[in-house]
Design a protein around this ligand. Sequence first.
Ligand code: EPU
Length: 428
Amino acid sequence: MTNEIRMGRAMEKLIIQGGRALNGVVDVSGAKNAAVAIIPAAIMASSGVCLIDNIPDIEDVNCLERILECLGCRIKRDKNSAVIDSTSVNNLNACTEEVRKMRASYYLIGALLGRFKKARVELPGGCSIGVRPIDQHIKGFEALGAQVKIEHGAVIIEAERLVGANIFFDVVSVGATINVMLAATLAEGTTILENVAREPHVVDVANFLNTMGANIKGAGTDVIRVTGVKELKGCSYSVIPDQIEAGTFMIAAAACGGRVRIDNVIPKHLESISAKLIEMGVEIIEEEDSITVISNGRLKSVNVKTMPYPGFPTDVQQPMSTLLSIAEGRSIINESIWECRFKHVDELKKMGAEIKVEGRTAIIDGVCKLTGAVVKASDLRAGAAMVIAGMIAEGVSEVHSLDHIDRGYPKIEEKFRSLGADIVRAEA
Ligand code: EPU
């Protein structure tokens, strides 16, 4: 996206007339946090092309597509699929404004290091939800034999050879797990990664790499064993459904009331969210690849602590706080992953929510109703939280700064409109 288009998005708003129940069927798109790792991983194919399906139509993916093209990849993209030919990569210097802006650009480090043994990649940006260090990524690359320098805001990395190692991560990190796994795939010998993240998207990236010819075992447990291979080749792959988009729809249905069937999901990935909603009094029906949420009347308060998978995902904490703001009684949210993920609370308060934030804890006293207001999306999931707030509030709300929402939710207003919400996009 050019700066002008990005500014354009930032200047748009959603206008929501609240108070409508949600009913019907909605389809979940491919997982953002899997796609934004799988696309850079496709750089590692030194022969053949990668045909990737079920890619979400979001700005983070558009941005990665342009970054890969700058590196010399040839890409043919349809809305939900991409053919990536990485045989022509000729630039190992990923230093554009787009690389700086998005978080997942850090996966270029592991992918380029694995295949070419060197890279220069600008330090990543992303949502402002707390300090986002990459020390564990660097520790992993160094253990594999790479030399790493940070100069002028870029990671400069090089290795004569990459050799398998035993690496114990100090924190459970999705990004470090995937990034080091990428590089280890093309290292000599075996790498054992311990205390790794078990998120569904970690498993999806491992499955993608294995389809390209890698030898990775244990993804989805807390130890991953990577036996290095000489090269990876193109393949066909379909990205898993988005656990967080599905969770957002579940929470929206619970908050607005009604009956919503959410299709193209893996119910197992949603268990922590289903369990909380059931505790609140929501009815959940799980089928093989769909989940139905039925909600009538006022729900009970619950306490939530965000945890790495299979715990309650931090990425649905903000939408959940909107739901809890109208539940009966006091709820407490403890955000254990990010130290600064309550920026949306001030916006919810403008709509009448009663929430007190103390460090990483939010104390929410449920109110009978929210009222419409002009609010902004301070980050991606905060944006989803505000859209849900607008849909349950009495009267009209406006949600601004849509560039954040468009980075990660494909056509959010169209999907909610198809369920009966009164929501339109307009110039701000
Ligand atoms: N951490 C370190 N050192 C590191 C890496 C992480 O201390 O080297 C800490 C972080 O500060 C944080 C914790 O470890 O406290 C977990 O961070 P993690 O590395 O797992 O986060 P991430 O990879 O940067 C991904 C998602 C986030 C999601 C987190 C946690 C992508 C592109 N982003 O971020 O998604 O919140 O995992 O599940 O996959 C979102 O989609 O809205 C989003 C922010």
